[in-house]
Write a protein that binds this ligand. Structure first.
Ligand code: SF4
Ligand code: SF3
Length: 553
């Protein structure tokens, strides 16, 4: 195996024996083979596109396939074997369709040598493990080509996840699927460095589109998030803990638990659900329990009731703990853990087994109490725009620091807590994603009634932060988004954060600090391109970074 897609990769180089995340070699290899099969689909999809053959279902399948390979999303080898089989079937169906149309239109047979991912035919799944060894990341020998291809594929995984979340809520965009195909197909070709960089930038553009689509899907279904005090204590009833990013699962769980005597709590990235009008109305939606994903082992244990994982991050489950009361659904999976099946066209997912189990469980053990404030997504912040603009003009707010992104296990992430603690009191932190847990329970006060930590929501709600920045740019009549008093101190862990980073680059944001370490998949030469064009930099010491950010550096 060779995997370097996340921030905690071994020695910041690559995991080669077993993932630092816990991913076994076999799973990593199957994920590589799935990506290979998806690239094969993309080769035929690009060809088919020339004849106007576009297939939404294949686009969504590719998005879901990419999504399952995100760090801490799916650990179930059987699921990957099924996905590879399905991918090969879909690839060949597309191929047959293309070849038939080609013959009909051109009056001759299609003869062209294509990338092996488009033509490889295994005798059966027994061949998968062996084949996987020759098609992984290291199959691309040139370090810089590998770096640009992987930067693209890793960014695509994030885009695909957001596109899938939107599709769950009924919104899909052909352009996004078309780009997934174009980009995957491009990784089978010998492109120039400039062409590969252009493809990476287009991935940033598509990431903006995917986040905007998801924002539309979420807000049209559940209303605009509003300022909300979120309870972090516990009630007396048994509860179900729901984690991940999928709001449709949240909706269906809340409906099905109504009047059952079972309460609902959020964990990790589901926290922002507390701020949506459609969910706030439920009395049995008690609040948020615990923090971000690295603390699952401890917090899932003390929660006492069932846990529903709707998307990443699910981490390895320790033996004899909560194995029997954790459930996966959607694109998540874990061997030996019950998976709640997809909803059908007219029927919701069936959470009754989880609800029945909850009734037999003890109520959650209290681990903290009090409230935190959330709900500062674009619509809510824009209603406060006059106040914010006035505070900037009067000098009451000197700077905004965007500290969005992911949380992670590594100790050096204390950096983000310390930055939050030590930023001058005339600064506002703009956040989204699970990175917020490093400082969202600190008492950082407010500036004239505006809290010093404005939480826009999940990582995909970085879109809200971009909208807010663009509105401020307009309000202040600035030509360049970088003239705003905003600094970026972004924390990354997995591939959705890479998509967000590429989105920011596409929007022209420069001078982003990225930590706690720079991605291992960025080669020195590719890093040079990023530094020269976008002034990307690693984090440094807390004091030096704060000093620099305060003067816009
Ligand atoms: Fe290593 Fe991260 Fe890949 Fe896991 S996802 S195997 S920790 S690089
Ligand atoms: Fe967190 Fe996994 Fe990235 Fe959605 S839940 S931000 S790490």
């Amino acid at each position: 195996m060779y995997c370097f897609q996340c921030q905690e990769t071994a020695k910041n180089t690559g995991c080669t024996v077993k993932g630092v995340c816990g991913k076994p070699e076999k799973t990593a290899n199957l994920q590589d083979l799935l990506i290979y099969a998806l690239r094969g689909i993309a080769v035929w999809a690009k060809k088919a596109e020339e004849f106007g053959i576009n297939d939404k279902k294949t686009g969504l399948f590719v998005a879901r396939g990419l999504f399952t390979t995100i760090t801490n999303a799916n650990w179930d080898d059987d699921c990957f074997v099924d996905l590879i089989k399905d991918a090969l079937k879909r690839r060949d169906a597309l191929k047959d369709k293309f070849i038939a149309v080609y013959k009909e239109r051109k009056g001759k047979d299609f003869i062209e040598t294509l990338h092996p991912s488009a033509t490889w035919i295994p005798a059966g799944p027994d061949e998968f493990s062996e084949k996987a060894k020759s098609v992984g990341i290291l199959a691309t020998e040139n370090e810089d080509v590998r770096s640009l291809r992987e930067l693209l594929i890793i960014g695509l995984k994030g885009v695909a996840a957001y596109a899938d979340h939107a599709a769950v809520l009924g919104l899909e965009k052909d352009e996004i699927y078309a780009f997934l195909m174009e980009a995957l197909d491009s990784t089978t070709k010998n492109l120039s460095v400039d062409e590969m960089v252009a493809m990476v930038m287009k991935c940033g553009e598509t990431a903006v589109n995917a986040m905007a689509l998801l924002d539309e899907a979420n807000t049209s279904a559940y209303g605009h998030p509003e300022i909300t005090e979120i309870n972090i204590g516990v009630g007396k009833n048994p509860g179900i803990l729901i984690s991940g990013h999928d709001l449709k699962d949240m909706e269906e769980l809340l409906k099905q638990t109504e009047n059952t005597g079972v309460d609902v709590y959020t964990h990790g990235e589901m926290l922002p659900a507390n701020c949506y009008p459609a969910f706030k109305k439920y009395d049995h939606f008690v609040g948020n329990y615990g923090g971000s994903w690295p603390y699952q082992n401890k917090e899932f244990q003390s929660f006492n009731g069932p846990i529903l994982m709707t998307t990443n991050c699910i981490i390895p489950i320790k033996a004899d703990t909560y194995q029997d009361r954790i459930f996966t659904t959607g694109n998540t999976g874990y061997p030996g853990v019950k998976h709640i099946a997809e909803r059908s066209e007219n029927a919701a997912k069936d959470f009754s087994e989880i609800i029945e189990l909850a009734k037999k469980c003890d109520p959650p053990q209290e681990i903290e109490n009090g409230k935190i404030v959330g709900g500062f997504a674009r619509n809510q912040v824009l209603t406060l725009a006059d106040k914010v603009i006035e505070a900037v003009k009067s000098g009451a707010i000197k700077r905004f620091i965007v500290m969005a992104g992911c949380d992670g296990r590594q100790k050096n992430r204390n950096y983000y807590t310390e930055v939050a603690e030590n930023l001058p009191p005339d600064t506002i932190i703009l956040t989204a994603g699970c990175a917020k847990y490093r400082y969202n329970k600190l008492d950082l006060g407010d500036i004239g009634g505006i809290p010093r930590v404005l939480d826009a929501g999940q990582c995909n709600d970085c879109y809200s932060l971009a909208v807010i920045a663009m509105k401020l740019q307009e309000a202040f009549g600035l030509e360049d988004i970088n003239e705003l008093p905003i600094s970026y101190d972004v924390a990354w862990y997995e591939q959705k954060a890479v998509a967000v980073l590429l989105a920011l680059l596409h929007l022209g944001v420069k001078g982003i600090r990225l930590g706690p370490t720079l991605p291992a998949f960025v080669s020195p030469a590719v890093l040079n391109v990023l530094v020269e064009n976008f002034d990307i930099k690693p984090i440094g010491s807390v004091a030096e970074d704060i000093e620099a950010m305060m003067v816009g550096k």
